[in-house]
Design a protein around this ligand. Sequence first.
Ligand code: OGA
Ligand code: NI
Length: 357
Amino acid sequence: MDCLQDWPEPVVRVQSLSDSGANTIPGRYVKPPSDRPSSAPCADLSIPVVDLASLAGDGTVDCAAVVQAVSSACRDWGFFQVVNHGVDPGLMRRMRQVWRGFFHLPMEAKQVYANSPKTYEGYGSRLGIQKGAILDWGDYYFLHVLPQSLKSHTKWPALPSTLSRETTDEYGHELIKLCERVMKVLSLGLGLNADFLQKAFGGDDAGACMRVNFYPKCPQPDLTLGLSSHSDPGGITVLLADDRVKGLQVRRGDAWVTVQPVPDSFIINVGDQVQVLSNATYKSVEHRVVVNSEAERLSFAFFYNPKSDLLIGPAPELVTPDRPALYQPMTFDEYRLYIRRKGPRGKSQVESLKAAR
Ligand code: OGA
Ligand code: NI
């Protein structure tokens, strides 16, 4: 397929820029004033926190209070934080250890895994392939978890230790289980059967991938962003944020809300595919990452997605004469090409799906 063959320019690792000790950032990373961190007010609010303790166990969801809390968070904020989610905090700690270790390997060891825009798998430093684009202050590692046919251990780092792949595998399994449970809660919150979303995602053929984000220290954090404003193109995202360093901001009207890390929690947000399936009952909300000069930041974004060749459109159950279908159906394969070509661009993509009328 067309232009997704290679990066349009030589790849520069943000970590190398940071490590060089320069006290200014290259012009390529300087955002226009309207996109800089201080361009809009920060609201002193927090995203809702939901305790999932009553869901743990056999996967049945019978807790109306959890459904209510999650449903209202997805309608209002598009984001919530979960505690007592059933994933072992020891595993979360090991993931951070292994991946911090990866990003601190010598550059030659990391370059072996350099990615290309064809699949994005591997070690990367930009999203989008537009020549001359203004870049974000972050490196990442992208890998596939599901379907099994796309998961390829050779594209996962074998370093810093023999535990690297094992740990990531174990984490992938646990996160899939968590996503499956959250999908039930989300379905019930729409007034539909518990298996509605999972079925719409292709049942056992749903997809999953992960981006490990590494944001090095930045000498001029007021001029740039670690990750530009975007909504997530996929189904739902489960983020394991840095336990010490904040940076994620969620849009709330014209303001940005900084997410405060809660120990051992995950941050969950609605992606564009769930906004479309729910006919905009649930909101896929813009978010971005700010960086700082004091400390690097590591985060893990786990994306749970529909099977890539299914048409995703508003659920017929949620389309009524009063609330007609808001979006035209599209496959996720086709949908994800937009961010892969253009990079993060607010909510422009899901807006472009709006059905003409
Ligand atoms: C993402 C994302 C937020 C973060 O990877 O899509 O929004 O805190 N990450 O790194
Ligand atoms: Ni995101």
